[in-house]
Design a protein around this ligand. Sequence first.
Ligand code: GLU
Length: 315
Amino acid sequence: MDEQKVVGRFAPSPSGRMHLGNACSCLLAWLSARSKGGEIILRLEDLDPERCKREYSQQLEEDLRWLGLDWDRGGPEDAPEFQQSNCGAFYEEALHTLEGQGLLYPCFCTRGELHAASAPHRSDGGFLYAGTCRNLTEEQRRERAKLRRPALRIRVPNQVISFTDGNLGPYAENLAEHCGDYIVRRSDGIHAYQLAVVVDDGRMGVTEVVRGSDLLDSTPRQICLQQQLGLPTPRYYHLPLLLAPDGRRLSKRDRDLDLGRLGRRMSPEELIGRLAALIGLLERPRPVRPAELLPEFSWERVSKRDVVVDGDFFG
Ligand code: GLU
């Protein structure tokens, strides 16, 4: 029997310069797919016009090439359907399918109302939608629509969704308890990340998703949406979080760790070697090209626990 062709992806958001965490996700996505003879897609997740800029997309491509990470399809120089900002029609089509199943409803809540009505925030900053607009009558909807444009929410089932992460193991979540009905299209018309990522992974034939564990709790929402849209579920691999020496989560604000600054302090081979050692793929850092890590690559070696980025990486 033919083994299914592995298709992995880089899915960066061009909202700033690539940083160490993005480089780590891209390296592992590349190793995981290439070690199985698979293909890689570059998809730009540029849905938010206020945060995403074309120059960042071009910079992302350059940074990936500088790191020695190649891809087979996608990127700004390729067909526009690999840039989410061009793909609204695909997302609308999916919304139409969901609408046909009676799964969507308009939500008129303002940010202030959401905060007032929602259950207490979870420790990760997310909150549970109280369902305020779930059962409005047609009449109520018409009245509210005169005042403001609604967002669209999807009804979530009250059931546990579980999967086995290829790196972190079993994970389970009941969406009705974790986040409640969530937004699939914002009130300004912008499609939500959860919807776009599912539609795109589906239409691009992605078979494996490698990303940071800050997105682990989004995965049950995505699996649920795949089921509602009749799409296959890829294999998921979530990476440990990278922490600053003081235990904080690294973010785009740690400008010291963007590729512009890192590139002034070290060669791409040094950077890949240090990253590989940090994540468990090398015993100690030494300059390497990504391809040199392929023969020994195995998910078993990849760290399962959050890792502290040592002082070596900082200026
Ligand atoms: N675009 C997301 C990010 O840059 C990644 C989304 C994903 O891998 O599903 O954080």
